[in-house]
Design a protein around this ligand. Structure first.
Ligand SMILES: *Cc1c(COP(=O)(O)O)cnc(C)c1O
Length: 396
């Protein structure tokens, strides 16, 4: 099918909820993607932080094929080995106690919110269901996770939204200012992704963990974007020196298949009891096998390389000194570049894509880079060269 026909059929048969770029992707290898017309793109986006091992990774493909041939799905009424193997590896490496498997980030966060409210209900009864989230956060697109998201632009059209969330500035005073007897938890991203790649201050996170312990509030960390190696440790909290009461993950976990979940620490391991939470596809054997292949690939050597590649990427962009780009920030291969006033992130992204480099945008006029975690030096060089050549002339 040619591109114009494909586009026309999309507009006719698919709900137009996405502002797509004028490109159709056909296939990929490593961190390189190929358009329908054969055009080559270096991928600094990983399908929004999903394709952690890049495209066509052999171990990942083999794990999926082998499991699909053996058993493609089985309900949660039965035991099966793939999700058990994954649960063991994941919880041990995360320092957590147990896990509930789901299918997406929003669903993982729904589970985490339910866990926090039930923890509090079991111990204190009704009236303590409020969760503090941060301004500029993003937690998902279901009604409840939209309600949890601390950005007004997301609180539109779909009224009524849910009560039970209060939005704080990302400081201890900010959190104290919205505290109350009705609070059971604080939920946050350690690097706000959709909001514009803002890493949290380490002192704030340390003090917040202490405050949560004092008040018996659960510390809930949304690692849907930061998790599974993205920041150079398996989870970002491992760099912040805190252990969450619960942590959600999704995006990169299965390297491209829909998967996610929520892990609980020892204090919260028994909160979600039989009948209180479920999902039909949760722990699907093919997704679990893919996720195991991702985790086995992300060993200590690869995680250290993610840190190095992230530092290299930021240094290289800083030293380009482009007129349209300001300061860079982030952790590991989660990089934000502040677009300067007078320039538009979406316009710059479109120019880069035209030139053969796929990048993402984020809130607050930011360009966001989430390359596949296994991207090679050669692919990084190619991408950076396209960035320099394309943006050098812009606005000069
Ligand atoms: C993407 C994202 C979500 C939502 O994940 P979906 O899989 O799209 O439901 C939630 N939280 C954070 C931090 C995210 O980046």
């Amino acid at each position: 099918m040619d591109f114009e026909t494909l586009k026309a059929k999309d507009h006719q048969y698919v709900m137009q909820t996405y502002n797509r770029f004028d490109i159709a992707i056909d296939h990929g290898q490593g961190a390189t993607l190929y358009g329908l017309d054969g055009k080559e793109y270096i991928d600094f986006s990983s399908g929004i932080g999903v394709n952690s091992l890049g495209y066509g990774n052999e171990a990942w493909v083999a794990a999926i094929v082998e499991q699909a041939v053996k058993l493609g799905h089985i309900s949660n009424l039965f035991y099966s080995q793939p999700y058990v193997d994954l649960a063991e590896t994941l919880t041990q490496r995360a320092g957590m106690s147990n896990v509930f498997f789901a299918n997406s980030g929003a669903e993982a966060n729904e589970g985490m919110i339910k866990l926090a409210r039930k923890y509090s209900f079991d111990k204190y009864g009704k009236g303590r269901g409020t969760i503090i989230t941060l301004k500029n956060s993003f937690h998902g697109r279901t009604i409840t996770t939209l309600s949890a998201t601390g950005q007004d632009v997301f609180h539109n059209y779909f009224f009524p939204f849910n009560d039970g969330f209060r939005y704080a500035d990302a400081t201890l005073d900010g959190v104290e200012a919205v505290a109350g007897h009705d609070v059971c938890a604080v939920m946050l991203e350690l690097v706000q992704g959709e909001g514009g790649v803002f890493p949290m201050d380490r002192g704030f996170i340390h003090d917040l963990a202490v405050l949560c312990a004092e008040r018996d509030w659960l510390l809930l960390i949304d690692e849907v974007q930061t998790g599974v190696g993205r920041t150079g440790t398996l989870f970002a909290y491992q760099q912040y020196g805190v252990l969450p009461d619960a942590v959600s993950f999704a995006k990169g976990i299965a390297g491209g298949l829909p998967f996610g979940g929520v892990m609980a620490n020892e204090k919260c391991r028994e909160v979600l009891t039989p009948g209180t939470h479920a999902t039909t596809f949760g722990g699907n054997p093919v997704c679990a096998a893919a996720a195991k292949a991702v985790l086995d690939t992300l060993d200590d050597t690869v995680l250290a390389q993610i840190q190095e590649k992230g530092d290299y990427l930021r240094d290289a962009i800083d030293s380009m000194d482009l007129p349209c780009l300001g300061w860079t920030r982030g952790l590991g291969l989660m990089v934000g570049i502040q677009v300067r006033g007078g320039f538009e992130n979406r316009d710059l992204a479109a120019r880069l894509m035209d030139a053969g480099l796929l990048v993402l945008t984020a809130g607050n006029n930011v360009l966001r880079l989430l390359p596949p975690l296994l991207i090679t030096q050669e692919e990084l060089h190619k991408g950076l060269k396209i960035m320099k050549d394309t943006l050098e002339g812009v606005g000069a």
